[in-house]
Design a protein. Sequence first.
Length: 134
Amino acid sequence: MPKIPDQITYYSRQLYIYNFTGVVGHSKTELKKENVYSYTWTEDILPKASNEIASAVFHCLCQSVEKYEPTKIRLLCDGCSGQNKNSIVLGMASKYLLDYAPAGIKSIEIVFPVVGHSFLPPSVCAKRKNKEKK
């Protein structure tokens, strides 16, 4: 958990902490506590695997989607196969759409950006803010 500048000591850490964050909105949406969902846990509680990521996404959808009344949900994911590019997340999205989604939602689209050719919106926002500070 501590931030250690030396690479050798990185591997002697005693405990890993995981963070998964979901942002509801579009690329120009202001980040507020009402539309940002952050899930953190340590490796002694749960691993960082597909079930944990799917559960966090499901919780985020159940808590936020009705506020916005969309007709389509678009999930932007990184390409990590162990966490979100797998059948567990697809199954969760199907279950949500069939049994939990408001009637107005007709589809869920999962987008995997092309490596080296695109950026997820939070990455772009962070870069933009860093440039403004300079």
